[in-house]
Design a protein around this ligand. Structure first.
Ligand code: CP3
Length: 322
């Protein structure tokens, strides 16, 4: 359960009253603490590093704030903006991420893997060009048509940054890497394939070369499954808009699937949660693997008891082979 994985927990809120988001993500002890909170409280099977897809961009020389989403004071839109970026070095720019990973690994039980992550270049570019969250990301989409060469240059820089960033995470102890393409759905299939996918393929190949599984999350991408069939991931993580069975059939063989419960189900009662969890498990079937997850980040208003109930229910149903 990603992104707001901690935010619905009372422990996380208490800690956030004392420290802002950036302080938590830049202080390895606090990073480790909030990464471990959902593992202890909910009994999930894996931990997800506490960081953000925008965390590494400070290494390009871009000041970053959260309010509560990412804010870049100096958006990147022109070739001159690209010329001004500084070369990225994970250990020099964001050493606290790797230090956090080392602390987490030291504290996590052997049986609980730690998932590192990064944003897809297209998704990170959406925030970098707009400067903040947006329903339309008009700046990025303007570049697509008005300044395609500049956009390609930006995506190449982000691809290179991300390869170095995920490599540093794996070297520090991350045991799988998830690439979040939350804004895949801004593009139609031919443009996704031509513009965004090359960088994704490079990063996922790099991750697999490091000897850990690569998970590719495609947000709003129900129209893209055929287009991403050669993405090179081990696992494709899908939102809740398409049944896993359909996503799997359209992707072709060779992928495990991750997902795809609608996060809003967790705002319902227990009967509903159990019914919907069962539906997802049945739909996913036994072959060739399924990592149960939400189709997107957990909603901050989710009662934590419901999240715990979901974890217990999925464990119970999986053990029974239901
Ligand atoms: O679940 C976790 O806690 C793991 C860490 C994590 C965060 N961000 C911490 C965070 C992960 C995996 C992310 C990924 C992320 N960040 C994505 C990709 C996944 C997705 O959800 O699509 C994206 C698009 C972002 C960008 C981002 N960061 C936004 C839009 C926001 C605003 C959040 C909101 O919904 O209001 C953030 C802030 C953020 N990142 C929070 C957390 C825990 C909330 C900050 C807070 O504590 O106030």
């Amino acid at each position: 359960m990603m992104r707001q994985a901690g935010r619905f927990l009372p422990e996380y809120r208490a800690l956030r009253e004392k420290h802002d988001f950036l302080a938590v993500s830049r202080t390895p002890e606090l990073t480790a603490e909030v990464t471990l909170q959902p593992v202890r409280k909910l009994g999930v099977d894996a931990a997800i590093l506490f960081a953000d897809i925008m965390t590494p961009v400070v290494g390009l020389g871009l000041p970053l704030e959260f309010a509560p989403g990412p804010v870049i004071e100096t958006p990147v839109r022109t070739d001159a903006d690209l010329d001004a970026l500084t070369p990225f070095s994970a250990e020099e720019s964001v050493p606290f991420v790797m230090e956090g990973i080392r602390l987490i690994r030291a504290e996590l039980p052997e049986s609980v893997p730690l998932i590192g992550f990064a944003g897809g270049p297209w998704t990170v570019a959406a925030y970098l060009t707009e400067g903040r969250s947006s329903p339309s990301f008009a700046q990025l989409r303007r570049m697509l048509y008005e300044a395609p060469a500049t956009l390609t240059r930006l995506l190449d820089i982000l691809t290179e940054m991300t390869c170095a960033y995920v490599e540093a995470q794996v070297d520090a102890g991350a045991q799988a890497v998830q690439l979040f393409e939350s804004w895949a759905g801004l593009l139609d299939a031919p443009r996704y394939q031509a513009v965004a996918l090359p960088g994704v393929r490079k990063i996922l190949k790099h991750v697999r070369g490091l000897g850990v599984p690569a998970i590719f999350y495609v947000g709003g991408g129900s129209h893209l499954y055929e287009a991403i069939a050669d993405c090179g991931a081990d696992v494709v993580s899908v939102d809740w808009r398409t049944p896993i069975r359909e996503a799997r059939a359209r992707l072709g063989s060779g992928f495990a699937m991750q997902g795809n419960l609608d996060p809003a189900v967790l705002l319902g009662d227990r009967e509903t949660i159990a019914r919907e969890a069962k539906r997802v498990l049945r739909d996913a079937g036994p072959e060739p693997g399924h990592v149960f997850n939400l189709g997107h980040g957990i909603l901050p208003s989710t009662p934590w008891e419901n999240a715990k109930f979901l974890v217990e229910t999925v464990h119970e149903l999986s053990e029974r082979g239901a």
